[in-house]
Design a binder for this molecule. Structure first.
Ligand code: CUK
Ligand code: CUA
Length: 758
């Protein structure tokens, strides 16, 4: 290369730039990166130092991904995707038999549905406060609700709604999680069958379902659940009453015009016909009394499901309507349970309804009339406490720890409005980027919101991030709400779907486990019939069927060879025998579309038909140990009736020197283990449950090593150097596991201030 002046100057600049990047004072960094004081403050407020944890955990709907996204606040670091309605390979969800069964319960009319449109997650509550035990989420596209157990963050149940064709206003829980609310959206006949749109008013219906939740079992009980039959107004969002309004629930609606569209027939389109009137209806339901009516046999069965007919609900006084502003979209009960806040999407107002006033009107029998289905209508004037001008396109509302303080998302204005619902005045506004849908404060829909942060769930990101093609990520913006003025802190791209709603809980309320009881089917929480312990592994054959009962432990799959005949139905059950934290093994057979994630203690099964002769390696898919690549095996599919020709066994040459070398390694490793054990037992390690668990684990590993040591000695006595060397190697593997755990325990004790006791 010819060096001219320009090249030299360029090289010089590059040198200066590189040098400058090595800045090490805060002032240097601020200058070089062009940051403002505010940027640095925001960074300091959101940065969670390495090894430290977030104060809050968010569960966000994953939108069209059919999953739930878990992230920390304030760091906005993503922690997990929980597979719910959509197969997810890493977790083996939809690739192992246990999770396939959960997904199968979400089939609709026998059709497999492998995606979902998740909208509203809800955390289980006790007395209206988040208790961190369960999470519920709905699927708008296919009327389904899922139950996730927060002990292991796994989906345990998917239940389909037998009478809806789609839904939206779920999942919302009642204050003690007795019921999970799910409201229909687009009206359709509750029966399955064809009815022409001309019969819309008579045959099409909306509804709100109250799913009975059995907390002890952690499952929804379908046959104890029921639905209100409702007019074909598009029911939208719901919320349960609390405190004084406990036992009641509220669901708003749009398109109470009952317009059926048909632009092809020369009629104005849906969006025009569905927003013609100035008001829609808030549905006010006494679900506690309705549940008693259902118990007393007042419901009828539609598709095997309890439906409380409208005329019964009206007669028994458990269903009322209140007019609400045009095309409303939020429905949020205040933490004190006294008010219900609804916003008019096509209005600039947010309405604060008084539960007390609603009750007074009901008691006095004061109604302004009835809707076409005979449901009494309480006038807006009689129900309304306040009407507050918020901005263009107000949607959802969340609450602060400060009294009377609410935040409402304003879609068209792309703003968050902070306001006082007792005084009825706006306190502050903050622009967000852009077109906010839901918003979320910490525990902001419980009886005791925690304040501090707010997340704006924005629909459009446009120019906020590096461009990645026409489909943009979604933008979750973190906002500091601790002061009088809201402050924007951080933009977080979410690239997995459109998250509609999210809920956040204090991190220390969650107590997830780190391992299962050995042999657990994690989807049923029961003992898996396919579980075996070390040494009990077996292959059971019957005509046309092969069932494998195997185990996984660093760095070994038992069995290592699975030989079947073409045409066999093969089931492989695998138990992860590990007790050590984070020792997950994965399992797949090449070309078979099976995968399992087997966390410590779990038993998982995969099923396949051996429809192709050949040789198919299998292996562990998690880099679990230094010998992870060796965690392998062969699945051999031989032709039917294949007879093996006699062949010489595989032979390798091992000498006594090989054996002595391997044995010396084992003895050296034992010395390391002994010294670690000496250290641990010299401390108050019993005061640290984490360490006690590790010591138990290490002791188990050493016990598992003993038979291999014995086999080694036996082979050495016979001067069988090959087997003596290999058994010594096996002994060593268990020693390495024990040493590894021991060293981790030692580090833990050192870092957590263990005291010397001897
Ligand atoms: S909905 Cu999407 S922004 Cu499904 Cu709760 Cu309001
Ligand atoms: Cu087990 Cu890799």
């Amino acid at each position: 290369m010819k060096l001219d002046g320009r090249t030299l100057v360029a090289a010089g600049l590059a040198f200066v730039a590189a040098d400058a990047l090595a800045a090490d004072t805060l002032q240097d960094v601020i200058k070089q990166r062009g940051l403002t004081q505010q940027d640095v403050l925001s960074a300091a407020k959101t940065y969670v130092p390495t090894g430290k944890r977030d104060e809050f955990i968010t569960f966000s709907s994953g939108g069209q991904s059919g999953s739930v996204i878990v992230y920390g606040v304030p760091s906005m670091r993503i922690l997990k995707y929980i597979a719910v309605f959509t197969p997810e390979p890493w977790q083996g969800y939809g690739f192992d038999e246990e999770s396939k069964k959960v997904l199968k319960d979400g089939n609709i009319a026998g059709r497999e549905i492998t995606w979902g449109d998740t909208h509203h997650p809800a955390i289980s509550e006790t007395n209206g406060a988040y208790d961190g035990q369960f999470l519920f989420i709905n699927d708008k596209a296919n009327p389904r609700i899922a139950v996730i157990d927060l002990r292991d963050f796994e989906t345990k149940q998917i239940i389909t709604n037998p009478v809806y064709k789609n839904e939206h206003g779920g999942a919302f829980v009642t204050p003690n999680t007795d019921w999970v609310i799910e409201a229909a959206q687009y009206a359709a006949p509750l029966e399955n069958g064809y009815f022409p749109l001309e019969q819309f008013n008579e045959k099409y219906r909306g509804g709100v379902t109250y799913w009975k939740f059995d907390r002890a079992k952690g499952r929804i009980v379908g046959d104890q659940s029921f639905s209100f039959e409702l007019p074909p107004y598009s029911q939208d969002l719901s919320d349960a009453g609390k405190g004084p309004s406990d036992g009641w629930a509220f669901t708003n609606s749009f398109c109470s015009e009952r317009y059926v569209g048909g632009i092809e027939l020369g009629r104005p389109p849906f969006e025009a016909g569905c927003s013609a009137k100035d008001t829609d209806f808030l549905h006010v339901m006494n679900y506690k009394k309705a549940a008693e009516l259902v118990k007393a046999g007042k419901a009828k069965k539609i598709n095997g499901h309890n439906v409380l007919p409208m005329d019964v609900a009206v007669k028994e006084g458990v269903l009322f309507l209140v007019p609400e502003p045009k095309s409303p979209h939020g429905c949020d009960v205040t933490p004190d349970g006294k008010s219900i806040i609804v916003s008019g999407k096509l209005d600039t107002h947010t309405m604060v309804y008084s539960f007390e006033k609603i009750q007074a009107a009901i008691k006095a029998g004061k109604f302004e009339g009835k809707d076409p289905y005979g449901i009494p209508i309480i006038s807006m004037k009689d129900a309304l406490d306040k009407m507050v001008e918020i901005g263009l396109g107000p949607l959802h509302t969340q609450f602060d720890s400060k009294p009377c303080t609410a935040y409402t998302s304003v879609y068209v204005d792309s703003q968050v409005a902070k306001w006082d619902y007792c005084q009825g005045k706006v306190l502050d506004k903050l622009s967000v980027h852009y077109n906010i849908g839901h918003l979320m404060t910490m525990e902001g829909d419980s009886v005791n919101p925690k304040g501090h942060y707010l997340v704006a769930l924005n629909k459009l990101a446009i120019d906020r991030f590096n461009p990645v093609g026409p489909l943009h990520p979604q933008n979750h913006q973190l906002i500091d709400i601790s002061g009088d003025k809201m402050q924007l802190l951080y933009d977080m791209p979410l690239p997995l779907g459109e998250p509609h709603y999210a809920v956040a809980i204090k991190a220390d309320m969650l107590k997830p486990g780190v391992r299962y009881k050995v042999g657990t089917n994690s989807r049923t929480d029961e003992k898996h019939p396919g579980m075996v312990r070390a040494g009990e592994e077996k292959i059971v054959r019957s005509p046309g069927k092969v069932e494998v009962f195997g185990t996984l432990i660093r760095s070994h799959i038992t069995p290592e060879i699975i030989e079947v005949e073409k045409g066999d139905e093969v089931t492989i059950n695998l138990t992860n025998l590990e007790r050590a934290e984070d020792e997950t093994h994965g399992f797949t057979i090449s070309g078979m579309n099976v995968h399992a994630s087997v966390e410590p203690g779990k038993t998982v099964s995969v099923k396949l038909k051996a429809d192709r002769e050949g040789v198919f390696p299998y292996y562990c898919t998690e880099f679990c140990s230094a010998l992870h690549l060796e965690m392998q095996g062969y699945f051999l599919v031989k032709p039917k009736g294949y007879k093996a020709a006699a062949a010489a066994a595989q032979k390798a040459d091992y000498t006594q020197a090989d054996y002595e070398k391997q044995k010396k390694t084992c003895i050296d490793t034992q010395a390391v283990i002994d010294s670690v054990v000496g250290y641990i037992t010299s401390t108050n390690f019993k005061d640290f449950p984490e360490v006690v668990a590790m010591v138990e684990d290490a002791t188990e590993q050493l016990k598992a090593a003993e038979p291999y040591k014995a086999k080694m000695e036996e082979a050495a006595k016979k001067q069988d150097w090959q087997n003596a060397t290999l058994w010594a190697g096996q002994w060593w593997q268990y020693q390495v596991k024990a040493a590894d755990i021991g060293l981790r325990a030692k580090t833990y004790l050192e870092q957590n201030g263990a005291k010397k006791v001897k």
